[in-house]
Design a protein around this ligand. Structure first.
Ligand code: THU
Length: 151
């Protein structure tokens, strides 16, 4: 059965999973816990949390953690991602994805992909990647540059 973003049950479950999983972040330096639930079109679910390091730049975001797990398992038919986060794991506001994570989404996601920022199972906002990353750099951008240089 094809699952839709508007299918309240599955989306609700994904939000619930993201909220329940927020405690699995390892964030002793920022105390900011982020949890992502990446859902494929076939209904597979990949969880991700931010994992920090004393060498700060080695930190991996929750979203990229979920994406890289899915890609290394051979799954790239992404439907949507739910993101929740907050200080000490308290979800009091929406947690938008950072620029690096948006760029990783650009690499692997098609136009129909949706980004769901949630505060609770009935408080969430849905975005397209184009809304969050307009004028994105992609493989196509390089093709255009190469063609322009040749002419
Ligand atoms: N963080 C994420 O996990 N995802 C984002 O898109 C934004 C930031 C994490 C990284 C770091 O561990 C903490 O939030 C504070 O920046």
């Amino acid at each position: 059965m094809k699952r839709e973003i508007g299918d309240e049950c599955s989306l609700e479950k994904a939000i619930e999973t993201a909220i329940n999983n927020v405690g699995n972040s390892y964030a002793p330096y920022s105390d900011f816990y982020v949890s992502a639930v990446l859902v494929t079109k076939s209904g597979k679910v990949y969880l991700g949390n931010n994992i920090e390091n004393a060498s700060y730049s080695l930190t991996i975001c929750a979203e990229r953690n979920a994406f890289f797990t899915a890609v290394r398992e051979g799954n790239r038919d992404f439907d949507y991602i739910v993101i929740v986060g907050g200080k000490e794991g308290n979800i009091t506001d929406y947690c938008p994805p950072c620029g690096a994570c948006r760029q990783v989404m650009q690499e692997f996601c098609e136009e129909g992909f949706r980004i769901v920022l949630a505060k609770s199972i009935n408080e969430y906002k849905v975005y397209t990647l184009k809304e969050l990353l307009p004028l994105a750099f992609s493989e196509d951008s390089m093709a255009e540059i190469t063609t322009e240089r040749k002419n």
